[in-house]
Design a protein around this ligand. Structure first.
Ligand SMILES: Cc1ncc(C[n+]2csc(CCOP(=O)(O)OP(=O)(O)O)c2C)c(N)n1
Ligand SMILES: [Mg+2]
Length: 335
């Protein structure tokens, strides 16, 4: 199987409305995270807070390639993916604030969220654990005769764990309908890429499992989308998994508690000049898709949505102490 270097510009199949929708979700992720960072430093978000700052093109480009019945296993950098698959911003803020209105009803800190009814596996903290689970989900769909694809995200560090290798191998051997989206942000917490793998390029791991791999610019939403669209189609047609390495940079700390002084500032500056939202905005403006009027309207809509969502979350009560065990343990009769 060949490893392809993709620098795709395949926005052709997307309508102007779809292109603006992609930009909207990238901006919405950024706006929610920007607001949440402020809440965090005000001491209003308990525990840790993680963002996907700089990863927006990956979350949006990959998720946009899914069909309505497909399944998703996101991670802590993919807020837009949750929003795109139907989780409202108000419930995300309630999750961050540990309120009853959050996805875990205040039982868990911010990032461990999902909604099985929407086909979103709650984020599993253990690096790469979503890969074998995604393979299992895909196998279950196949056994039920459902033509559903499972897309999962993971980091560069995750590709050095046993769970990742076993999960990819299992999915490859059974040619399961899985799309493997690698968010290579060049750091696993404080460990740079060259300190955690001797691989020249992470995409090179794909041929070792007999699956195709494609490397894309993770800051180019349309390149991510094109690669994901091809991988989803391939998975649905029985072609098995594809590894998509999206190359990007983590633009903030691992979490907001991390000063990330270990990341060279020149590296951050170089990637800041390629911010995925700014790149896409520029392109849409140049092509006449994003007029000044549409831009203003979208910005206004997002600002309003964020404030309304936060107000709703703040009005949501903290969970009642007596309800602490609800939804935490399965009922002994299997319900
Ligand atoms: C199996 C396992 N080992 C260690 C950790 C602690 N840990 C949490 S995130 C992280 C780094 C993750 O790096 P990467 O996979 O590159 O994802 P990123 O956070 O950079 O998006 C580590 C080591 C963990 N969650 N799970
Ligand atoms: Mg990483």
């Amino acid at each position: 199987m060949s490893t392809i270097e993709a620098t795709s510009r395949a926005g052709d199949a997307l309508t102007p409305g779809e292109l603006l929708e992609m930009l909207y979700y990238m901006r919405l992720q950024r706006a929610i995270e920007d607001r949440a960072i402020k809440l965090y430093y005000q001491g209003r978000i308990p525990g840790a807070y993680f963002t996907g700052w700089g990863h927006e093109a990956i979350a949006v480009g990959a998720t946009y390639a899914l069909g309505p019945a497909d399944l998703l296993a996101p991670m802590h950098r993919d807020l837009a993916a949750y929003l795109m698959r139907g989780i409202p911003a108000r419930r995300v803020f309630a999750q961050f604030l540990d309120r009853e209105g959050g996805l875990t009803r205040g039982r868990d800190g911010n990032i461990h969220m999902g909604d099985p009814r929407l086909g979103i596996l709650p984020f599993i903290s253990h690096m790469a654990a979503s890969v074998p689970v995604a393979a299992g989900m895909a196998l279950a769909c196949r056994q039920r005769g459902q033509a559903r694809v499972v897309l999962t995200f993971f980091g560069d560090g995750a590709t050095s764990t046993g769970a990742w290798h076993e999960g990819v191998n299992f999915a490859a051997v059974l040619r399961l309908p899985v799309v493997l989206v690698l968010e290579n942000n060049q750091y696993a917490y404080s460990t740079p890429l060259d300190r955690q793998t001797a691989a020249r390029a992470l995409v090179d791991k794909a041929p070792g499992y007999g699956i195709p791999g494609v490397a894309v610019d993770g800051n180019d939403v349309l390149a991510v989308y094109a690669a994901a669209r091809a991988a989803v189609a391939r998975a649905r047609d029985g072609g098995g998994p594809t590894l998509i390495e999206c190359r990007t940079m983590r633009m903030r700390g691992h979490s907001e508690a991390d000063h990330f002084a270990y990341v060279p500032r020149e590296l951050l500056a170089a990637w800041a000049a390629r911010d995925p939202i700014a790149l896409f905005e520029r392109r849409l403006r140049e092509e006449g898709q994003l007029t000044a009027e549409a831009d203003r309207a979208m910005q206004g809509r997002i600002a309003q949505e964020v404030e309304e969502a936060l107000a709703w979350a703040e009005a949501s009560p903290e969970p009642a102490p007596a309800s602490v065990a609800e939804g935490v343990y399965a009922a002994s009769d299997g319900r």
